[in-house]
Structure formats: structure tokens, C-alpha cells
Design a protein. Structure first.
Length: 411
């Protein structure tokens, strides 16, 4: 990423009067008023909040026109004088959270708008009145300090610890943007419970996808959106728990990213919100015995040795990759065609790893059907370039109309 920061800038615009940041020392790991379940210690000083329990925030007031605050690591307690109306989002999970909170029209940026905007809309197409108009959004990737001034956002839904690792920003930029424009609000390293930069590691806390969304919903004073969507998610998981087969009857599953010269593999049941649609399903990871932290690259021989019953191919719901070509690659390879998943036509398209609450509902349903078709209804398959497939209402694992109503504020 190129650095387009103007280092000669001597005057900064006045900080937005109605949004302010308070409580934490940026970059110092001080978590003023940060809460979240009953955390347990992990490496590098970080803590983790319970996967299923909702957390509370240090909100001072939820009444219109009054200030309020929301606390989350690594920022600490962040204060707002009013609900943000111009929202910077980075990775697609943060955009999905803002949309789920009813703030689609407030989004002014997202990483790679055409790619992620199209991908998100592949899911939203199944929800009446829900969409992301991405064509005029700023690409948030590589945005230097001056780009943040131009956007003039009311909140930046990005982890400041992660932002300091970008080539386009440095620690001084992060602090200036927080002080002069608007606060940062995000938690990136809960993705795989990965280690944050050293200066942020002391006291860093990990959250589940839904715990982060609860806090983002509080930022937008949309707690009822979180509560209603969380109920839909719990009902979905309850259905899966009730109907899925016992462990000895479950398929072995490889979570993969197949590319031209190798197959990337990920742990199906890894900690963190990247596995929020696979870990709750309790399936058997074909690569559970392979020791790697985030992912590994393997060849077809290693795939054949693991011999998964099911192969989940990531990012195939995007415009950049093809599930048809992925299946063909396995079928045409003399080793790949011997793998059980290829022989039984159980290579399935998966979507995006950085998922927010709406996408998580769809992807959990999708994965559950791909793994347990006899118990939860057969996955109809995905056609390259099309939207999330239509599923008969009687076979849906969550209520589309209810979710659309929640997102549209009809709660």
C-alpha cells in the first residue's frame, strides 16, 4: 500500500464538535471502562471474552441529543455527542455491521468497493429493502491522512492497532485522525485471536463477531437491532444443534482457498470471528492435526492424504473466483479426482471470511446445509456470478422477512 500522507500539513481542520473520543490513551493499551464477560488470560497480555455471552458497554445515555459512551478494546471508552451520520468502514465485516444497525446510507467508504460491495449485495439480494450502494464509496484501502480529512467521518469503524500496521498511516496519523476528525472503533485481532502490535498487546481483548456487533450497534444507538438479530442467530444455531448428526456420522471437512498452484487450508474450528460460520457447526476438521497458526499451503497429494468428505472453497461467491473452475480443477487432476469430496460432488462455494451479522446468518445457513444436507436440507448449489441462491421458505434456517424488517428498523 502506498503512503499518500502529506507530511507538510501544518494546519488541521477543527475536530467535529458533535463526536468526541475519551477515556483511553491511544496506543498504550489502557482500557478505561472496557468490559466483556469473564475474560481469561491468553498470550501477549490479551484476553478473550466468552463466545456466546453478550457483553455490556459503559453507555452513559441513550436518549436523543445526550452524550453517551461505548467501551471496547483496544480503544477503551469512546464518547459520542450524537449518533454518527458519516461512517468510514474498512473491511466488509464493519460495513455489514453498520448496515445491520440501519446505517447503510451513512457509509462513505469500504475496502475495494466494487469487489466487496458486489459480494455483500449477493447476500442482501434475498432481503427486501436491504442493499449497499457502493458505486460512489471511497476505497478505504491505502487511504492516507489527507483522505481521512476529505471523508470527514463521524466514526472510523477500524481497529487503531491494525491501522498502525498500514503503510499509509503511522502512529502520529492515527492519533491526529482520532483527535481532529473522529474516533476509531474496531477490533481487528479478534479475527483469529492473533497477536496485536507490541504497543497494543497489553490488555488487548478478544471478542466474538456478535459481541463486536453489539458494541457497534451501541455506537449507532441501535441496540434493538443487535438484540433482534442475535435472537435470529440463536434460533438458527438451536436448529442446527437439534438436527445435526452425531460426531461419528459427520463428514470430515476441509476449509480451503484453492488457487492455481496450491490449496490454502484453514482450521475449521479455529478461534476468532473468521470461523463464526463454521466453528458453531461442530464439524470434523480434516486438517485438525496439522500444526499452523492461521493457514497453510498444501498440494493435491496432501489433500488426498487428508481425504475430506467435504471441501469448502472460500471466496467463490465473489466475482474473482469460480466454483465451476474449482470443481473442474479437482476433477481434472489425477490426484485431486481421487479425493472423496471430488468423487461425491461435495465441493462447495463459500463466501467472505470478514463477515458481519447479516452475512454470518447466510453463511451459517449455507455451511450447515453443505455439511448436513439430510438433516438440514440440501444446499441448492451456487452459480458463478449470481446472488445467494433462492431456498424454499420451508427449508430456510432463518426468517428472511424478519431479518429484513430488523435491518430496516421495523422491529
Amino acid at each position: 500500500m502506498s503512503d499518500n500522507t502529506d507530511t507538510n500539513t501544518t494546519e488541521a481542520p477543527t475536530r467535529r464538535d458533535y463526536v468526541k473520543y475519551g477515556g483511553a490513551v491511544i496506543g498504550g493499551g489502557l482500557l478505561a471502562g472496557c468490559s466483556g464477560g469473564d475474560p481469561s488470560s491468553t498470550t501477549s497480555g490479551a484476553t478473550t471474552a466468552d463466545e456466546t455471552e453478550s457483553t455490556t458497554t459503559s453507555e452513559t445515555s441513550s436518549q436523543s441529543g445526550q452524550s453517551y459512551s461505548v467501551a471496547m478494546a483496544p480503544m477503551g471508552e469512546v464518547s459520542f455527542d450524537s449518533v454518527p451520520e458519516a461512517v468510514y468502514t474498512g473491511l466488509p465485516n464493519t460495513a455489514d455491521m453498520a448496515i445491520a444497525a440501519g446505517k447503510a446510507d451513512a457509509i462513505n467508504s469500504i475496502y475495494f468497493p466494487e469487489y466487496h460491495g458486489t459480494l455483500l449485495n449477493h447476500f442482501y439480494e434475498r432481503l427486501d429493502g436491504v442493499s449497499l450502494d457502493w458505486k460512489n464509496l471511497k476505497d478505504s484501502w491505502g487511504l492516507g491522512k489527507e483522505g481521512f480529512y476529505e471523508l470527514d467521518s463521524d466514526v472510523h469503524l477500524t481497529d487503531p492497532a491494525y491501522a498502525t500496521t498500514l503503510d499509509s498511516l503511522d502512529q502520529a496519523d492515527i492519533e491526529e485522525i482520532r483527535e481532529q476528525i473522529a474516533p476509531w472503533f474496531g477490533n481487528y485481532y479478534s479475527n483469529t485471536h492473533s497477536t496485536p502490535p507490541t504497543q497494543w498487546a497489553d490488555g488487548y481483548q478478544y471478542y466474538s463477531l456478535w459481541e463486536i456487533f453489539e458494541k457497534v450497534a451501541e455506537v449507532f444507538q441501535a441496540k434493538e437491532h443487535y438484540q433482534a438479530l442475535y435472537e435470529e442467530r440463536q434460533q438458527l444455531l438451536s436448529t442446527v444443534e437439534e438436527k445435526r448428526p452425531p460426531k461419528d456420522e459427520q463428514p470430515t471437512v476441509a476449509l480451503t482457498f484453492p488457487v492455481e498452484d496450491h490449496v490454502g487450508v484453514f482450521h475449521l474450528n479455529a478461534p476468532g470471528f473468521l470461523a463464526a460460520n463454521t466453528r458453531p457447526l461442530g464439524a470434523v476438521d480434516a486438517f485438525a492435526d496439522m500444526d499452523f497458526e492461521r493457514n497453510a499451503q498444501v498440494d493435491m497429494e496432501a489433500m488426498a492424504e487428508a481425504d475430506p468428505d467435504v471441501v469448502l472453497a472460500l471466496f467463490r461467491l465473489s466475482s474473482s473466483y469460480s466454483i465451476a473452475e474449482t470443481k473442474k480443477r479437482f476433477r481434472d487432476d489425477p490426484v485431486g479426482q481421487t479425493i472423496s469430496a471430488a468423487k461425491n460432488d461435495r465441493i462447495y462455494a463459500q463466501g467472505v471470511r470478514y463477515q458481519g451479522p447479516i452475512v454470518n446468518l447466510f453463511q451459517t445457513e449455507m455451511t450447515a446445509k453443505q455439511l448436513y444436507p439430510e438433516q438440514l436440507g440440501e444446499w441448492p448449489g451456487y452459480v458463478d456470478g449470481e446472488d445467494y441462491p433462492e431456498i424454499p421458505e420451508s427449508e430456510q434456517l432463518f426468517d428472511r422477512e424478519r431479518v429484513a424488517d430488523i435491518v430496516n428498523g421495523e422491529i
